[in-house]
Design a protein around this ligand. Structure first.
Ligand SMILES: Cc1ncc(COP(=O)(O)O)c(C=O)c1O
Length: 379
């Protein structure tokens, strides 16, 4: 029997504990497991870097909610990204990256992986022809973020999967902004989905984590091998927190989207706002593609302030409910200045973000209070 997303998120990987009947998987805070004689594993577990029951519960749930065959949980989103890229690339390979992406992903590829001999080209992923033109015989990965951080650009996942696969490359989608409730890249042809589970999956700003989910079992095995060999795994308590967050993902994402729509209504009509970036807006260049591949438009909004960088920096200091902080996807609303905060590492690069840009992670407070807070701060 097939089940709906909400049911899968609550139950996949989370059978009641066979020993005690506990309906929530226990936190197996343990490093090693007793063996019944050499090579005789009692429960299938031997050492918690290789596998831990709480992490396994999360990994099975991650695979199920993304519609994949293998889920893997990591200590952070960047740990997941590094493990993936070292598993599927070798020195001399080429990666296509978005010209608008999370600054930390750009830093990992441009500053760390290039020292290992990997090359990259930043491309506007909303233009499939530009991606086709940038493909090289050595291209092994097309890296997609959709919606992007922080400009909320949209890429057509099916179109890019066809281009990548036509050249024998893998299509990787960072699904952090949308979450699997709003968008399921594997069903659109992606080979691997990446998450910073720190964000919507954890959902409460109390854990740092990452995930990979693949559809092909052989690729899943290769990633699992590298997860163990490189060792950047999620710990048992962090796995448990993410698993708990996933249970309410669907209801949270619905409300994040409703509150974001109310905030966007204010911003689009405000004289101090020059431009609003939100894929739910009919005049957003990626609106039609977003409507085709997403169930809703999510809780992330960015906008450019009239008055430039100084006005943007002053505005983000004036909100009272929106907390000035990096990160996103938690129950509380956050505001930040990407140019000087999350995306400072992209300064001077093709991924540099506009200086007058403000990013909002619209949380679950009442929309009236959120709108009033922004109205006050904008003046
Ligand atoms: C879209 C996206 N991908 C990846 C990451 C990296 O995740 P982490 O901070 O958990 O390492 C982030 C972090 O902000 C992000 O926003």
């Amino acid at each position: 029997m097939t089940h709906e997303f909400e049911t899968i998120a609550l139950h996949a990987g989370q059978e009641p504990d066979p020993q005690t009947g506990a309906v929530v998987p226990p936190i197996h805070q343990v490093s090693t497991f007793k063996q019944d004689g050499v090579g005789g594993l009692r429960s299938g577990f031997e050492y918690s870097r290789s596998a831990n029951p709480t992490r396994t519960a999360l990994e099975e749930c991650l695979a199920a909610i993304e519609g994949g065959t293998r889920g893997l949980a990591f200590a952070s989103g960047l740990a997941a990204e590094d493990t993936l890229l070292r598993a599927v690339c070798k020195p001399g390979d080429h990666i296509i990256i978005p010209n608008d992406a999370y600054g930390g992903t750009f830093r990992l590829i441009a500053q760390v992986l290039t020292t290992w001999g990997v090359e990259y080209t930043p491309v506007p992923l909303s233009e499939p022809d530009a991606v086709r033109a940038a493909m090289r015989p050595t291209t092994t990965v097309v890296w997609v973020e959709t919606p992007t951080n922080p400009l909320l650009s949209i890429a057509d996942i099916s179109a890019l999967a066809a281009i990548a696969h036509g050249s024998g490359a893998l299509l990787v989608v960072d699904n952090t902004f949308a979450s699997p409730y709003l968008q399921q890249p594997l069903s659109l042809g992606a080979d691997v989905v990446v998450h910073s589970t720190t964000k919507y999956l954890g959902g409460h700003s109390d854990v740092v984590g990452g995930a990979l989910v693949s559809s092909d079992p052989e690729l899943g095995e290769r990633l699992a091998y590298h997860q163990n060999a490189m060792g950047a795994v999620a710990g048992p308590f962090d796995s448990w927190l993410v698993l708990r967050g996933i249970k309410t993902l669907a209801v949270r994402m619905d409300r994040h989207g409703e509150n974001a729509a109310a905030v966007v209504d204010l911003l689009t009509s405000h004289s101090q706002v020059r431009q609003v970036h939100y894929p739910g807006l009919p005049d957003h260049p990626g609106h039609d593609v977003a409507a085709k591949q997403m169930r809703g438009y999510g809780g992330m909004v960015s906008f450019q302030v009239a008055g430039g960088e100084q006005a943007a920096v002053e505005m983000v200091n004036r909100t009272e409910i929106f907390t000035l902080a990096e990160s996103l996807g938690g129950v509380e609303s956050l505001i930040e200045h990407p140019g000087r905060m999350t995306h400072a590492s992209a300064s001077g690069s093709p991924l540099e973000v506009p200086a007058d840009l403000v990013r909002l992670s619209v949380g679950l407070e009442h929309s009236h209070d959120l709108v009033a807070d922004l109205q006050n701060a904008l003046g």
